[in-house]
Design a protein around this ligand. Structure first.
Ligand SMILES: NC(=O)c1ccc[n+]([C@@H]2O[C@H](COP(=O)([O-])OP(=O)(O)OC[C@H]3O[C@@H](n4cnc5c(N)ncnc54)[C@H](OP(=O)(O)O)[C@@H]3O)[C@@H](O)[C@H]2O)c1
Length: 297
């Protein structure tokens, strides 16, 4: 059985993957207390002394608004963790000949009118930061660092995760809306944004195949079709709470015009055709994913 070092195993996505993939792999879960990836020497020492086949990195500074406060600060924690930490892993993986899988995001793309998504796996990464959050830019920089290190690697982009798993530290995309509704605090939801969400249970088979067969390149693991947040929430509430027609419409274009807003992809989303073909798998639609989520509530 392959030994996989999973970094960021206490996070929302990493913890669910570890829960569901245990048994397929021998998983060595670590968080920052065991291995701080921003510490180059610690990473080198860990790779030199631990027997493993592959590295799967979920660790990141993921609070998009907090990251924005560090914009352009290459000494800040966001850059240190998202870029330097990943670079440390990429060089150690190259040196020790380990397969590295890096979890990335659709936020690496701008999602603007000038260059709208959904983007395919071969889309060129943006070369300027305009319209991109600092979080997204650091994740993009990390993708570039991985390519430059020439380690045997895969970049797996995911987006808007939700899960049937229990996680106390933060709410996932679907549970967040359910809580807002239950608390009577649901705000108007964007009708002019496109996203490709991911039910985390659907991540396990494709990601396991990438790890098992050490498949290299860029992969997109999300729903096979795009949706607006408005349609997502309407459908979710109709299925999970049996209510229809109560969601108010909001505009992301207007929302982003307010000064001080963190840029986020509005016309975003990821295409999955190349990934599905490469893996020989059929991904589900967002509605099928929501149906499973609701069945398992
Ligand atoms: N959540 C989303 O909406 C979303 C969407 C698209 C892509 N992604 C990507 O998916 C990945 C996982 O996201 P997530 O939301 O599950 O993350 P998360 O819940 O914020 O968890 C982050 C993880 O990183 C670990 N970590 C922090 N600093 C570290 C360090 N210096 N060394 C080693 N580990 C460290 C944390 O460990 P401690 O708990 O010990 O600090 C935690 O396990 C990220 O790469 C993110 O960019 C997330």
């Amino acid at each position: 059985m392959k030994k996989i070092l999973v970094i960021g195993a206490t996070g929302l996505i990493g913890s669910r993957f570890v829960e569901l993939a245990n048994g397929k792999f021998e998983i060595i879960p670590v968080d920052e207390n065991i291995l701080d990836i921003t510490n180059k020497e610690a990473v080198e020492e860990y790779f030199s002394t631990t027997q493993l086949n592959a590295v799967l990195n979920f660790a990141a500074f993921t609070n998009v608004d907090a990251a924005e406060k560090e914009r352009n600060d290459t000494k800040g924690l966001c850059y240190k963790l998202n870029v330097i930490g990943v670079e440390n892993l990429a060089y150690a993986s190259k040196k020790h000949n380990k397969f590295l899988v890096y979890i990335s995001t659709d936020f690496v793309f701008e999602g603007t009118v000038q260059n709208p998504g959904p983007y395919d796996e071969n889309e060129k990464l943006p070369d300027n930061m305009e319209g991109i959050s600092w979080y997204g830019w650091t994740k993009k920089e990390a993708e570039v660092k991985i390519e430059n290190a020439r380690a045997k690697s895969a970049i797996v982009r995911v987006a808007y995760p939700f899960t049937s798993g229990k996680y106390d530290l933060k709410l996932d995309y679907a549970k967040n809306y359910l809580k807002l509704y239950d608390d009577g605090k649901l705000f108007p939801i964007f009708t002019d944004q496109t996203i490709t969400p991911l039910y985390l249970e659907d991540l396990v088979a494709p990601l396991s195949k990438i790890l098992e067969e050490e498949l290299q390149g860029v992969f997109h693991i999300v729903s096979s079709d795009v949706v607006t947040p408005f349609d997502f929430v309407e459908y979710l509430l109709s299925k999970a709470r049996n209510v229809e027609g109560i969601v108010q419409k909001g505009s992301m274009e207007e929302f982003l015009k307010t000064p001080g807003r963190t840029p986020r992809p509005r016309l975003g989303g990821l295409k999955t055709d190349i990934t599905q073909q490469k893996l020989g798998m059929k991904f589900r639609t967002w509605k099928e994913m929501v149906d499973s989520f609701v069945e398992n509530l």
